[in-house]
Design a protein around this ligand. Structure first.
Ligand code: TRP
Length: 446
């Protein structure tokens, strides 16, 4: 299993993240750059580079391009009030839903129970009142959408248990820093998230298909774990070998010939003819394939393999967004209310938080006018980019005039504060009207 052992930096999903160097993160963890240029009408977080990274996104891009099925999964941990940081994954998830994805919203009540000492009843109440109702008020589409609770979805818990066989304690220690004092429910909760992410590919939930999980970088350990586990459960993978040749390589010891038959059938069905079987290496070389053909052949093998392996899945894809905060450095955090705009903040209070936020202005007005401001280091500008201004042209105008020293921080803050205030006023009205309609979205299947 994976690269997780050699990490020098560790990301802790249960701590308040302090992320300043996204480029280093990309390098250190092997996250790819996100390229939004092929997305149809990309939502602003994509087109403005707030979504900066991805793993395996090519599978989703292909599905969008071909109008073939894919799933979208987002999860919420109902441990505190919802803030604008949480809205960023929802914005992405709703975008993917709008371009053809089946959307699953997971309420991580088991995780809140295991890691935040919360009762399931309380987690459920917070989930409904704080998150689900807000999602609906924010426009969550009812088509191709279901919300579920970890605690009542048997398939998720079963998969957590069954998939856990490929993970041992030393892997959990390396990824999460767990130790002898970690409670067993907590130790198990990442596997429940693995179950969340992979169960959507079971026949009952729409079948084998690529799945995208938009997350903050803090959730990357779970993505690595899930991808490693999904990979480990394949009987056979199509890869480029060290010598540069494309081959299908069998990983199981049982019935190697039978698995090679599967690979051969899939390779032929994908149009390849020059196939060389080397049973001693448990390999089928596909001599007429190029490295670019690997994803398509691997997908064909996966689909063929699934007939006898009920744990054969696409590796899930993920997207990562930069954290937006009122004070640079940390993410919006419920434990530090001054860093976050909560959706339940009284609108006038939220406006005040913007007025107090850290900007990229120079020390004095004179200097600002002379040298210009630094919008790239300004949390008010970040708020405009991520949340408050839809019009690209207008935003770029504000950016340029700040850099030229014409637009001052006071003016910007006032405008941003007014936008937040209006947004929250409008949102809170709509949320009141949601009432019991959340029930139409929830699929309980105990
Ligand atoms: N761990 C996530 C959080 O802390 C919640 C979560 C549970 C989740 N299952 C998920 C997120 C599946 C994405 C996909 O917020």
């Amino acid at each position: 299993m994976g690269s997780a052992h050699s990490l020098r930096m560790r990301i802790d999903p249960w701590a308040t993240a302090q992320v300043s160097d996204y480029d280093r993160l990309l390098q250190e963890f092997g996250i790819g750059k996100f390229d939004s240029s092929h997305l149809p009408n990309p939502q602003r977080l994509f087109r403005r580079g707030i979504v900066f990274g991805q793993r395996g996104f090519d599978a989703i891009q292909r599905a969008i391009d071909r109008h073939s099925p894919f799933a979208v999964l987002t999860g919420l941990m109902p441990s505190g009030p919802m803030h604008l940081g949480h809205k960023m994954v929802l914005d992405q998830a709703m975008y993917f839903q709008s371009v053809g994805g089946d959307l699953f919203v997971c309420v991580a009540d088991i995780e809140a129970y295991a890691t935040r000492n919360m009762s399931l009843e309380k987690a459920r109440k917070i989930a409904i009142e704080e998150y689900i109702s807000s999602y609906i008020a924010l426009g969550l589409g009812r088509q191709r959408c279901q919300i579920y609770f970890q605690s009542t979805r048997k398939a998720v818990k079963d998969m957590a248990y069954l998939l856990g066989r490929k993970v041992n304690f030393s892997i959990m220690k390396a990824i999460y820093g767990m130790d002898d004092t970690t409670n067993m429910s907590h130790m198990f909760s990442p596997l429940v998230q693995v179950g969340d992410i992979l169960h959507v590919q079971l026949a009952k939930y729409g079948g084998l298909r690529p799945t995208v999980v938009p997350v903050g970088i803090d959730q990357d350990p779970h993505m690595r774990l899930t991808r490693d586990i999904a990979f480990a459960h394949r009987l056979c993978n199509v890869m480029v070998a060290k010598d540069g040749k494309v081959g299908a390589f069998v990983k199981t010891e049982e019935d190697v010939d039978g698995v090679l038959d599967i690979a051969e059938k899939a390779a032929r069905a994908s149009g390849f003819k020059d196939l060389k079987r080397i049973p001693a290496y448990k390999a089928l070389y596909i001599e007429d394939a190029e490295p670019d053909d690997v994803p398509a052949i691997d997908e064909a093998v996966l689909r063929e393999e699934a007939a006898r392996n009920n744990m054969a899945f696409f590796l899930p894809s993920s997207t990562y967004h930069r954290f937006i905060t009122l004070f640079s450095g940390d993410k919006m955090s419920s434990s530090r209310p001054e860093t976050a705009i909560f959706l339940s903040d009284p609108p006038a209070e939220a406006a005040k938080k913007i007025l107090r936020a850290k900007t990229g202005g120079a020390v004095s007005v004179d200097e600002h006018k002379k040298d210009g401001g630094k919008p790239t280091e300004c949390s008010v500008h970040d708020m405009l980019v991520a949340h408050l201004i839809e019009d690209d042209w207008k935003l770029s105008e504000m950016f340029q005039s700040c850099k030229r020293g014409e637009r001052l921080c006071g003016q910007c803050k006032k405008e941003a504060a007014a936008l937040v205030e209006n947004f929250l006023r409008d949102f809170q009205e709509r949320k009141k009207a949601v009432g019991d309609s959340w029930k139409d979205y929830v699929v309980e299947d105990l």
